[in-house]
Design a protein around this ligand. Structure first.
Ligand SMILES: Cc1cc2nc3c(=O)[nH]c(=O)nc-3n(C[C@H](O)[C@H](O)[C@H](O)COP(=O)(O)OP(=O)(O)OC[C@H]3O[C@@H](n4cnc5c(N)ncnc54)[C@H](O)[C@@H]3O)c2cc1C
Length: 432
């Protein structure tokens, strides 16, 4: 009977962070991945938040495939013809060590996987874990894969198998996916010469710009769009709650096509050669959707545990952090000669509660419900904001006080005074 200290299921950021940390500490680790290689099944925007990776591989900048470091963040609220927004650009973001990078996940995951292998873990790809193996007491003791003689055993199994987490659902550790708790996102990469990217975004060398978008691009559904600069390509995508897609009978493909035609977006991607189109779910249910993440012989990390901060578009960093924390918990117990029991693994949850992961998710715990039931934030307000800016900036002989009154009247007409106050209160609750 083949037995390891730990089995890690999945080779995304959470599984790689866990497997690397464990193998580096000298534990015997088996990592199983259903794709033909790490990254082949993974989708992301993608922004890499360096802090989370630095805590796993401090010198990652030496050879990781990084595209551009981000020096400017734009936030756009769009109606059909315009956008109103903020741009924050800082030279502080242009000084090494850089804080955020754009990456291409297929390349990045392969690099990370090589590091895991070098650290000493055994990685077997093209292998799907079918289910968890349990002993008579219900303790998880290993996994069954789709290979012949596919049973493998370990003291503890880490489920890093992404948003669908069939394993945890099958075992009854996690409920079925609620369409209100997941976004369906689509993404394309448009290739163009490096110089074109740099001219269009007023950047040079490896500097990068990201644009986060919301408003009428999602046609009243709860969701956001994004556009990120890579070295010689642009990633563009949009995602909305799965339940909204089901209700509105719209396809994510249609939404992205329409977004690309927006007069403020189209010139940024013009002439690019589209080489990659992908779709993926993102767990956006927030704090209330997080399941139990540990038990007798098992732990859940990353998207499988619904660890995504949708407000700040952070997912991979929460994945790497939860992966690392699960690994550190196991290492501590292993060194102390303690069993991987539910009571001992509770230390993982304590660590999570004490970290930015749970603190941030708790802060925005009401956000998903509030935005989901108030689609005026994605329709009426973007339009009103845009019209207000247009009215104030158009020089047409009308005095500014009259314009201000017109703007206020248009807000009252669309939302009523009571509605406006109510919305302000909801926003305060969502972000407090
Ligand atoms: C369009 C899009 C844009 C995003 N943009 C960003 C961004 O800019 N920044 C950011 O931080 N996050 C972003 N995210 C979120 C981020 O991608 C995820 O949070 C992150 O990938 C989660 O990592 P993970 O390791 O938990 O899961 P995954 O990356 O999904 O990896 C899970 C792995 O498990 C494997 N697997 C699944 N089931 C099995 C099984 N039964 N047996 C064996 N292997 C299995 C899969 O093949 C996969 O390789 C984005 C997501 C999407 C979809």
């Amino acid at each position: 009977m083949e037995k390891f200290d730990v089995i890690v299921v999945g080779a995304g950021p959470s599984g790689n962070a866990a497997a690397y940390t464990l193998a580096k500490a000298g534990l015997s680790v088996l990592q199983l991945e259903r794709g033909e290689a790490a990254g082949s099944k993974n989708v992301q925007g993608a922004i890499l938040y360096s802090d989370a990776l630095e805590k796993v591989i401090p010198n990652f900048r030496d050879d990781a495939p990084l595209e551009r470091h981000i020096i400017e963040q734009r936030m756009w609220v769009l109606d059909d013809e315009s956008f109103i927004g903020t741009h924050f650009r800082s030279d502080d973001f242009n000084k090494p060590p850089y804080n955020r990078y754009t990456i291409i996940r297929a390349k990045f995951d392969k690099w990370f996987s090589k590091k895991v292998q070098e650290a000493g873990a055994l990685i077997i790809s093209e292998t799907t874990v079918k289910e968890l193996l349990r002993d008579k007491s219900g303790k998880v003791v290993g996994v069954e894969t789709d290979r012949a003689d596919g049973k493998v055993y370990a003291d503890v199994v880490i489920m890093a198998d992404g948003v669908n987490s069939t394993l945890a659902r099958k075992a009854g550790f996690r409920p079925e996916l609620d369409p209100k708790h997941v976004a369906l996102a689509v993404k394309e990469i448009h290739f163009m010469p490096r110089e074109t990217v740099e001219q269009r975004f007023n950047i040079k060398d490896d500097e990068g710009v990201v644009i986060e978008m919301l408003g009428k691009i999602t046609q009243g559904m709860m969701g956001t769009g994004f556009l990120y600069t890579n070295s010689d390509s642009i990633s563009i995508g949009v995602g909305c709650m799965l339940s909204d897609f089901m209700e509105q009978k719209l396809t994510p493909y249609d939404l992205l096509e329409q977004m690309k035609r927006h007069p403020s977006i189209q010139p940024l991607i013009q002439g690019g050669e589209m080489k990659e189109y992908t779709a993926h779910l993102i767990p956006e249910g927030g704090y209330h959707a997080i399941p139990r993440v540990y038990g007798d012989g098992w732990m859940i990390v990353g998207d499988s545990g619904m660890f995504v901060n949708a407000v700040h578009r952070e997912g991979s960093n929460l994945a790497m952090t939860t992966g690392r924390m699960a690994a550190e918990t196991i290492i501590e117990l292993h060194r102390a000669g303690k069993p991987m029991s539910e009571a001992n693994l509770a230390l993982y949850k304590e660590r999570l509660d004490d970290s930015f992961v749970m603190k941030d998710l708790k802060k925005y715990k009401d956000m998903p419900d509030i935005f989901h039931s108030n689609n005026q934030f994605f329709t009426t307000y973007p339009e009103l904001l845009s019209r207000s800016a247009y009215t104030m900036l158009k020089v047409d002989g009308v005095d500014k006080l009259t314009k201000e009154k017109e703007i206020f009247a248009s807000f009252k007409e669309r939302r009523s005074l009571f509605g406006l106050l109510g919305d302000a209160f909801k926003l305060w609750r969502a972000f407090r």
